[in-house]
Write a protein that binds this ligand. Structure first.
Ligand code: FAD
Length: 300
């Protein structure tokens, strides 16, 4: 009820207030602000991931413009000698408008990034995009060794998707999945989503993948570390990945224990529309933000 009320009033929240709420999670509107945040994190011992906020572009020109912004951001990261890579939503590069164009734009970005020593991550969005995203990723894998994918443990299909990926080096960010999906195709309760996450982690470790455990769920992280040990995976085979502003005490604990912790740094002029869309699609995020703002600690 409270979620619904807050969501309904979101468009009327004054920009400066929204900006203040978002500032903890978003580096800013400009590339310079994101670079400054990455540099600050690097000084504190955290490598980064750079994300330009945006999705579901309206036309091919907007997709091309997004790809150009990413290429520019990647070049700036390389110039600044930061340990960071770029992470791109397929619908930001026009996946649902024209799959060929999307593949072409990812290929151009991956080529540029390969020249300057950066990785590119193909993110995973909601289920109507899963098949096309996996097709684009598989096509990219044929020509590039600097491209990784995101897989979502929430989706029932994911273990089969892992098995269906062609053999060869594989770089996966494993997430629970931020999009609330129907129960016919997804786990909907927290524990089955966690159990599926562990199953996927195990399968990926067995097939030799490099893994980013992208979670702030410390219990789940412990279970993943048991899998890492059982697979006898070297420390460079996995890392933790976290969102800017979320559970920093956990990052420090993991870093102090010797694990790599990479921080996801989103930025861009579209931050307001993007934040509102995300909150509307998954009110759980709003609950997390509200608990944080009120100093109530993590929800279980
Ligand atoms: P949860 O149980 O949701 O969270 C554990 C605890 O962390 C919560 O109790 C809360 O205290 C805190 N928390 C979690 N999220 C927030 C938040 N937003 N604000 C404040 N507190 C919070 N999903 C995709 O579907 N596709 C992607 O490409 C994708 N990329 C991601 C990249 C990174 C680096 C990360 C960390 C996540 C990404 N996600 C992506 C989101 C992911 O799927 C989950 O929705 C998100 O990480 C929350 O799940 P959790 O595992 O942290 O567990």
């Amino acid at each position: 009820m409270l979620d619904k009320l807050v969501l309904a009033t979101l468009p009327y929240v004054p920009r400066p207030v929204m900006r203040r709420l978002a500032s903890r999670y978003i580096a800013g509107e400009k590339l310079e602000e994101a670079l400054a945040k990455l540099a600050d994190l690097a000084r504190r011992g955290y490598p980064g991931i750079l994300d330009i906020l945006g999705e579901h572009v309206a036309d091919a020109d907007a997709a091309r413009a997004a790809a150009r912004s990413y290429a520019q951001a990647a070049a700036a990261v390389a110039n600044a000698k930061l340990d960071a890579y770029v992470s791109v939503k397929p619908t930001h590069l026009g996946l649902l408008l024209d799959e060929e164009l999307c593949l072409h734009l990812y290929s151009g970005l991956a080529t540029r990034c390969r020249e300057i020593g950066l990785r590119v991550r193909v993110e995973m969005e909601d289920h109507p995009t899963t098949d096309a995203t996996l097709r684009v990723f598989e096509a990219l894998r044929k020509s590039f060794d600097n491209v990784g994918i995101v897989l979502q443990s929430r989706l029932l299909r994911t273990p089969a998707d892992i098995d269906a990926l062609t053999p060869g080096p594989l770089d996966v960010r494993l997430v629970k999945g931020i999009y609330l999906e129907p129960a016919t195709i997804a786990h909907v309760d927290p524990e089955p989503i966690r159990a599926a996450y562990v199953v996927c982690a195990r399968r990926l470790l067995v097939r030799g993948a490099r893994l980013g455990f992208a979670t702030h769920d410390d219990g789940l992280a412990e279970r993943c570390l048991l899998e890492v040990r059982a697979a006898d995976a070297a420390p460079d085979r996995y890392e933790f990945q976290v969102l800017l502003g979320v559970r920093e005490e956990l990052w420090a604990r993991w870093k102090d224990a010797g694990h790599t912790v990479r921080v996801y740094v989103p930025f861009g002029p579209e931050w307001r529309a993007y934040s509102q869309r995300r909150l509307r699609k998954n009110p759980q995020i709003l609950r997390h933000v509200m608990r944080d703002a009120l100093g109530l600690g993590p929800s279980k």
